[in-house]
Design a protein around this ligand. Structure first.
Ligand SMILES: NC(=O)c1ccc[n+]([C@@H]2O[C@H](COP(=O)([O-])OP(=O)(O)OC[C@H]3O[C@@H](n4cnc5c(N)ncnc54)[C@H](O)[C@@H]3O)[C@@H](O)[C@H]2O)c1
Length: 315
């Protein structure tokens, strides 16, 4: 049977890379996206697109008409800070939107892969690297929404479908991420340095994250769509890197030798994050392939090409 995949949020950062990977591998793809936070990276020219709110009937109808073999559900309100400012908006998009997609998948009789978040679901755990059965302890409305998505998926799977898996990503970075928002330190730092503004460091910068390159995440999405595995699974590198180190490495690539802007750490920020990825290695035969230095260089090159800027040098 030919592979037909709906990608919700397919016009977003992880979405455009996932659509490319799917289409380059022969799948037919329908993107459902309301374009509220579309990436600067172009969508694959040959995919079908329906502009719709993932929580509405139009999205369900479009899924029904496309008759997918699987759904990759990426559409989300992805900002932790925004989830605090507008928690009910976060619930509407991230929880109700997911339930709508799960219902459509049940009607279509197809598999689903959901985008969850390791950092947001595990919270400030002492278990490092965090394994999948670490007790969830979200510290934001966004984290609660991600955990709810996973719980709904489990409930649907136990009661007639759809079957599927929630992938708990680490800190995804790479070309096409929004460098103007509140999240995504790699994209934000590239954007700031290229526009001749100092990089911004929150707190002492010793907080660590599991940085995973976006094409590795897109590959994991593909493997997960094609597997029969259910439940939850981490997708990261198993390596923790401090935010300060990432900023310093980008500055070295950019040949930036100017000041750094220091701002306070937001309350509740997780100090350390690192994901165990043994399950993905054994069950999906997936492993991250892009090392951090390589990924940062590729990301900086993307932003540099997009702005037509030269290395920033001394401010
Ligand atoms: N980027 C990360 O580091 C990271 C980490 C963990 C989990 N995730 C999850 O991965 C998924 C994709 O993240 P991303 O970084 O590509 O985000 P993104 O914001 O770049 O992409 C999300 C896409 O969803 C669309 N969208 C938003 N609300 C919508 C709605 N109501 N209806 C239809 N479309 C809507 C946006 O227009 C955008 O194209 C999200 O579920 C996010 O929570 C991302």
């Amino acid at each position: 049977m030919a592979e037909r995949v709906v990608v919700t949020g397919g016009a977003g950062f992880i979405g455009t890379h996932s659509v490319d990977a799917l289409m380059d591998d022969g799948a037919a793809v329908l993107v459902i996206d309301d374009m509220s936070h579309a990436s600067t990276r172009a969508l694959h020219a040959s995919c079908d697109v329906v502009v719709a709110d993932v929580e509405g009937e139009d999205a369900r109808d479009a899924i029904g008409r496309f008759d997918p073999t699987a759904i990759l559900h990426l559409a989300a309100q992805g900002g932790v800070n925004r989830s605090w400012r507008e928690p009910t908006v976060d619930v509407r998009i991230n929880v109700l939107g997911t339930v709508n997609v799960l219902q459509a998948a049940r009607d279509a009789g197809c598999r689903v892969v959901l985008a969850s978040s390791g950092g947001a679901v595990y919270g400030a755990t002492d278990v490092l690297p965090a394994v999948e059965d670490t007790p969830p302890a979200p510290r934001s409305p966004y984290g609660v929404a991600k955990l709810s998505m996973e719980t709904y998926l489990g409930m649907f799977a136990r009661t007639g479908g759809p079957e599927g898996i929630a992938l708990r990503y680490g800190n995804v970075y790479g070309p096409g991420q929004d460098g103007t928002g509140e999240a995504g330190v790699v994209a934000i730092t590239c954007t700031r340095v290229l526009s001749r503004r100092p990089p911004r460091l929150r707190g002492d910068g010793a907080q660590t994250r599991d940085f995973v390159y976006v094409t590795d995440v897109a590959a994991a999405n593909l493997f997960a769509l094609r597997s029969a595995i259910s439940g939850v699974m981490n997708i990261g590198t198993g390596v923790e890197t401090s935010v300060r180190e990432v900023i310093e490495r980008i500055c070295a690539i950019a040949e930036y030798h100017g000041d750094t802007e220091m701002v306070p750490l937001p309350p509740g920020e997780v100090r350390r994050s690192r994901l165990a990825v043994d399950l993905a290695r054994t069950e999906l035969a997936w492993q991250p392939r892009v090392a951090l230095d390589d990924g940062l260089a590729r990301t900086y090159a993307y932003f540099s090409d997009a702005t037509g800027a030269q290395p920033s040098g001394q401010l």
